[in-house]
Design a binder for this molecule. Structure first.
Ligand code: FES
Length: 262
């Protein structure tokens, strides 16, 4: 007969619903959990009391600010905390893709490149400034020049000064004198050639023809060649001055300086 004054032990449900016992029962092959729960219920003891609670899984290592890891649940946590952290270089190497062959530039290398580019740009700007200070000098032939004494010239066209000064010196017997013709074609500016066999100037560009006087007579040239100033210098030499031109169509060939009597 049961003692009514004896405290009644709470009985575990027959389904063995103690969560602490459940994992352990899963690990047992054969699945005898219900029997164990029933036995516990029959003996009046809880399953937890009959079997120790399953051990808790170890806590995950917690990194601290120094890069060390501490295993809180592990009894050797203190020893793990004193373990030295891995070297930074090793950590960097570990994160790099082994197939990545691109170079790694350090901050010092980047600074070197930046300073090199800055220096090159400064040198280029300095060179441009220096070039600006010394512009190109165009050496043009002088506008006035002496071409020797009148006795040095025969009759006809003298081409000695065509290339150097851009003039023909023509001596004519009829009026006993000289004039200087510009070698610039009055069509589009080409340089005609003197054809002694035909006694004329012929432009190679579009075929304009000029007589020895400079008057145009064929081709597209719209007007005669121009004459330039020709006088005798103080020393008796012929002085040619290209800074002054005379145009026939303007009636300038009658100017005293457009013809030298000698
Ligand atoms: Fe001399 Fe045209 S430039 S004919």
């Amino acid at each position: 007969m049961a003692d009514e004054n004896k405290p009644v032990q709470p009985s575990a449900p027959a389904t063995g619903a103690n969560p602490a016992a459940t994992p352990q029962h899963r690990q047992v092959p054969g699945g005898d959990a219900p029997a164990t729960a029933a036995a516990a219920a029959a003996t009046g003891a809880t399953p937890a009391a009959a079997k120790p609670a399953a051990p808790r899984p170890p806590a995950a290592p917690m990194p601290d600010l120094a890069g060390k890891t501490t295993n809180i649940a592990s009894p050797g946590g203190a020893a793990a905390a004193t373990k030295p952290a891995p070297a930074p270089a090793a950590a960097k190497t570990a994160t790099r893709d082994p197939d990545d062959t691109s170079p790694l530039l350090t901050r010092r290398a980047w600074m070197g490149l930046a300073w090199g580019a800055f220096s090159a740009a400064s040198a280029a700007a300095l060179a441009a400034t220096g070039r600006f200070m010394f512009p190109n000098v165009l050496n043009e032939p002088p506008q006035q020049f002496k071409i020797g004494f009148p006795t040095e010239y025969g009759m006809g066209v003298d081409e000695r000064w065509k290339e150097k000064f851009g003039v023909w010196v023509v001596r004519v017997a009829e009026v006993s004198g000289f004039y200087a013709l510009s070698v610039t074609c009055t069509h589009l500016g080409c340089t005609p050639n003197y054809l002694s066999a035909e006694n004329k100037f012929k432009c190679p560009c579009h075929g304009s023809g000029f007589r020895l006087t400079g008057v145009n007579f064929e081709g597209p040239a719209p007007r005669p060649l121009e004459r330039v100033r020709i006088v005798l210098a103080e020393d008796g030499q012929i002085l040619v001055d290209k800074s002054r031109h005379f145009q026939r169509e303007l009636g300038q060939w009658i100017d005293p300086e457009a013809f030298l009597k000698a």
